[in-house]
Structures are given as structure tokens and as C-alpha cells.
Design a protein around this ligand. Structure first.
Ligand code: HEC
Length: 224
């Protein structure tokens, strides 16, 4: 399409100009605000995405480095999501974490992720095919991006909540929510901008036999 490349350059330049100073992953010290990944936010068709916004140039981190960076930024991340006043955004940081250290996820936009589950989702780690988590089970994934040059950006909070039977057959009664790092709600199944989170349902549907769940990749699972 002629013209679209030009438009793309303007959008990228504007996003860079508007971006706040980035934090270097190597810096240590008191907690500071983690910048939002604005470049990632604007890629794709924001009205109806077919996949997650992707982080360009994502770094591969050792588990130790990923944990260290997360340790520095996790409360900033959670504070950002909590601005949404969404109850999960306020509660998840007290839940059990099912991965040992943040892991790079290709399917969630090449971000580093952590998976937390509430007490009702306690069976998340050992669900057998044919079984399902109960109503009220919630899994929340916070995320951050690290570029090859060491810049750290906040990513979205991804949520799956098991609703009462009959809520939505296609999603296995899961409600998908994506909350942006500034606390704005990007989309909720059967709620605000439901069309923006339809692609979550589509990909997770491939795992219908395990209640639409993919689980933490084996290498990163917490052992207890
Ligand atoms: C292209 C496929 C794909 C799409 C699209 C996708 N996911 Fe996932 N999701 C996965 C995979 C694979 C995992 C497990 C590995 C991982 O964490 O990357 C997962 C794991 C999860 C989990 C942890 C529960 C589980 O399944 O183990 C949550 C919560 C989640 N995704 C939320 C979302 C939300 C919200 C969206 C939409 C905004 C979404 N996902 C879109 C593939 C996808």
C-alpha cells in the first residue's frame, strides 16, 4: 500500500519522541517508575489485533538477570496496573507464582512473563486432560520487555478468570482481560472492547482438552 510506510514512520517517530527516558537494566538503586513500552503499543491494528503487540529486539536474559530486573521493577509494574481499580490488578501480587523466574514468551509478544494464580486456581499446575478449574479461578500474568540494549519497559497484565457456567461457551467460560501498564483497560471478554481480546480466545481454544490452559513451559515451572 503506497503511503502506509510513510505513515508508519511518522507514527514510530512520534512514539519515540513521546517516550519518557528509558531505564537501564544495569542500573541499581531505589525503585523508579518503569517506562511504558509505547513502541509496542502502537503496532498492529489496535481496533482488532490478531496477535500481541510485539517487542522489537527482545533480549534473551539468563534466569538470574530476568529475576534481578523483575525484582527491581515488580512493584512499579503492579502499581501501574492497579490504577485500573480492577480487583485482580490489585490482588495478584499476593498470589502464588507458578514459574521460577520470568520467562520469555513468543506468544505474548516476546515479553518476559510471570504466572500467578489465586487459591481457587491452585490446581493450575497439575491439571489433567478432561479436568477444568472451578468457577472463581483466576490466573494473572504480568509482563515486561527488555531490549537487546538493556532498556526495560512495562508490558500489559494478562488475565483469565473462570466465570459461572454458561458465561461464554467458546472461551470455556473464561473471561480474558488485558490491562495496559498505565492502568487502562485494553479489552475484556463480553465487556469493554471485547473485540480486542477475541484473539486470546482463539489461540487458547487450541487447548480445549486442558480447559483452554497452556501452563508454564516445563523448564520454567516452580517445583513445589
Ligand atoms: C498465539 C497464542 C496465544 C494468544 C493469542 C494468547 N495466548 Fe495466552 N498463552 C499462550 C501460551 C502458549 C501460554 C503458556 C506459555 C506462556 O506463558 O507463554 C499462555 C498462557 C496464558 C495465561 C496463563 C494460563 C495458561 O494458559 O497457562 C494467561 C492468563 C494468558 N495466556 C492470557 C492471555 C490473554 C489475556 C490473551 C489475550 C490478550 C492471550 N493470553 C493470548 C498462548 C496465547
Amino acid at each position: 500500500m503506497p503511503g502506509s510506510a510513510g505513515l508508519w514512520i511518522i507514527v514510530v517517530v512520534t512514539a519515540f519522541a513521546a517516550a519518557p527516558a528509558v531505564s537501564q537494566a544495569s542500573e541499581r538503586g531505589p525503585a523508579r517508575a518503569i517506562p511504558i513500552d509505547q513502541r509496542a503499543e502502537i503496532s498492529g491494528d489496535p481496533a482488532k489485533p490478531r496477535r500481541h503487540f510485539r517487542v522489537p529486539n527482545a533480549a534473551r536474559l539468563s534466569p538470574q538477570d530476568a529475576s534481578r530486573i523483575y525484582q527491581d521493577f515488580r512493584s512499579d509494574l503492579a502499581d501501574g496496573y492497579a490504577l485500573s481499580n480492577h480487583p485482580v490488578a490489585q490482588a495478584y501480587r499476593r498470589w502464588r507464582r507458578f514459574n521460577r523466574s520470568p520467562y520469555l514468551s513468543a506468544t505474548h509478544g516476546r515479553r518476559h512473563l510471570n504466572n500467578y494464580a489465586n487459591p481457587l486456581a491452585g490446581g493450575y499446575g497439575r491439571l489433567q486432560p478432561g479436568n477444568a478449574l472451578p468457577e472463581g479461578a483466576i490466573i494473572a500474568k504480568d509482563s515486561f520487555a527488555v531490549t537487546a540494549t538493556g532498556d526495560v519497559y512495562a508490558g500489559p497484565l494478562f488475565i483469565m478468570e473462570k466465570m459461572p457456567a454458561g458465561f461464554n461457551y467458546v472461551s470455556g467460560d473464561w473471561r480474558y482481560t488485558m490491562i495496559m501498564p498505565d492502568g487502562s483497560i485494553y479489552g475484556i471478554t463480553k465487556g469493554t472492547h471485547a473485540e480486542r481480546v477475541e484473539y486470546c480466545i482463539a489461540c487458547h481454544l487450541a487447548r480445549e482438552d486442558t480447559d483452554h490452559l497452556y501452563f508454564v513451559p516445563e523448564a520454567h515451572r516452580a517445583t513445589d
